[in-house]
Design a protein around this ligand. Structure first.
Ligand SMILES: NC(=O)c1ccc[n+]([C@@H]2O[C@H](COP(=O)([O-])OP(=O)(O)OC[C@H]3O[C@@H](n4cnc5c(N)ncnc54)[C@H](O)[C@@H]3O)[C@@H](O)[C@H]2O)c1
Length: 392
């Protein structure tokens, strides 16, 4: 069998997101990390040198400064762009927009991050929702951490036809850990006065037709965001159905306060104990014991590790845009395996897979029984079984 050519990838901007994307690309057997580019010369970019990643200067006038700081600079961003098939732009909000003409001039595909506007790329991406639409596109934007989490959770419900109207409250982290000495807040919380907050409309750029409104605020903590979602449903949905729909959705994992996972810090401590790189939690962590439902709505509480959650999305976007994998589920699976993304965080002591397999059989049987009761087509050749679209 001939080995497929590996996709050559550049990462521009080696900060919170860029350094993680670079590590994730380096793990893939169908990608080569050709280099990373930045304008900094502090400890963060020096780590790229320790990793052995070729380093480029994103702005020509920064090259001298970087070299004076003993950073081994292999060339400029333009030099790097000539060697790759695709660039993942992980620069701060607004810089991606300035970089787009550079990528266009180089005739390159580019992935932007959630700080950039939807219009810049014209396509907002969450792998499990709209991978197919990104196939062979020149530009796409991986949506922000909050929007990615909303898209995963809402997609689990929306694809069942359950979402009549969703509302979510987002309690954002005040700052990122690496810069918590210079930014953030103490002993306060800051409500965002823009309503709806940006993430609801942003999720609609990914999930067409989703009726969602979000409100946001920020507090004095830096490990993750916390979301509360209330979803008015098109029919009464019970907790078992809700739990099972979330189980079947990739990149969502359950956590339980009954396991001592009672707060954001406890969940990140679990990531530390599981030896995850940089404590990263790529999954949306949904509190299973906080799931609730009544006749009109379902209620969810979930944790979003903002530094990590979008990383697998960039990897899948590379595969989709370069066309090296046309099947979303294959790419998602490959990325999940390479990074260590799981459905069950503590599989030896939590037999979730078996429980949900049994639950799935029971739910399907119950559904079939109701379907048979409502099916009055004895004279037709059709059976009372879900259509393909319903079985999804
Ligand atoms: N931090 C998060 O939680 C988070 C989560 C999801 C998405 N995002 C998005 O990811 C993008 C990057 O955010 P971040 O948090 O990684 O930022 P960051 O500040 O941690 O990193 C940005 C990096 O880009 C470098 N940089 C600055 N100007 C540059 C230029 N002109 N050319 C090349 N490099 C330059 C900086 O030196 C830094 O290393 C933004 O769009 C942001 O909205 C951030």
């Amino acid at each position: 069998m001939t080995q497929k050519r590996k996709v050559k990838v550049a990462v521009n901007g080696y900060g919170v997101i860029g350094k993680r994307v670079a590590d994730a690309v380096a793990l893939q057997d169908d990608m080569d990390l050709i280099g990373v580019s930045d304008v900094g010369f502090d400890y963060r970019i020096r780590v790229a040198a320790e990793r052995g990643f070729p380093i480029y200067a994103s702005l020509p006038d920064r090259r001298k400064l970087m070299e004076e700081a003993r950073i081994p600079v292999a060339g400029t961003l333009e030099d790097l762009l000539q060697k790759v098939d695709i660039v993942v732009d992980c620069t701060p909000k607004g810089i991606g927009a300035k970089n787009k003409p550079i990528y266009e001039k180089a005739g390159l595909r580019a992935i932007f991050q959630g700080g950039e506007k939807h219009e810049l790329a014209g396509y907002s991406f969450t792998a499990q929702v709209n991978y197919a639409g990104a196939l062979n596109r020149q530009f796409a934007r991986v949506v922000s951490c909050n929007t990615t989490a909303l898209c995963r959770v809402m997609h689990a419900l929306h694809k069942q036809g359950w979402v009549k109207r969703a509302r979510a409250v987002l309690m954002r982290r005040g700052t990122d850990p690496w810069e918590s000495h210079k930014d953030g807040m103490i002993n306060t919380a800051i409500p965002e006065t823009k309503v709806p907050s940006h993430q609801g409309p942003d999720a609609q750029t990914v999930i067409e037709g989703l009726d969602i409104t979000t409100m946001a605020g920020a507090g004095p903590y830096n490990l993750s965001h916390l979301h509360y979602a209330m979803v008015e449903t098109t029919r009464p949905v019970n907790v078992d159905e809700l739990r099972h729909a979330l189980w079947e959705e990739p990149r969502i994992a359950f956590i339980r306060s009954a396991d001592g996972l009672v707060a954001l810090n406890a969940v990140i401590e679990l990531m530390r104990d599981l030896n995850r790189p940089r404590n990263d939690m790529w999954e949306v962590a949904v509190w299973e014991d906080a799931l609730a439902a009544d006749d009109r709505e379902v209620y969810l509480t979930f944790q979003v590790h903002n530094e990590a959650i979008t990383i697998p999305e960039s990897i899948d976007a590379i595969r989709a845009m370069t066309g090296i994998e046309r099947d979303a589920s294959k790419s998602i699976e490959k990325t999940n395996t390479s990074l260590g993304i799981v459905k069950t965080l503590l599989p030896r002591t939590t037999p979730e897979a078996a429980v949900h397999a049994a639950m799935g059989v029971a739910l399907r049987a119950a559904r079939k029984q109701f379907m048979e009761e409502g099916f009055k087509g004895a004279e037709e050749p059709a059976e009372a079984v879900p259509t393909k679209a319903q079985a999804k």
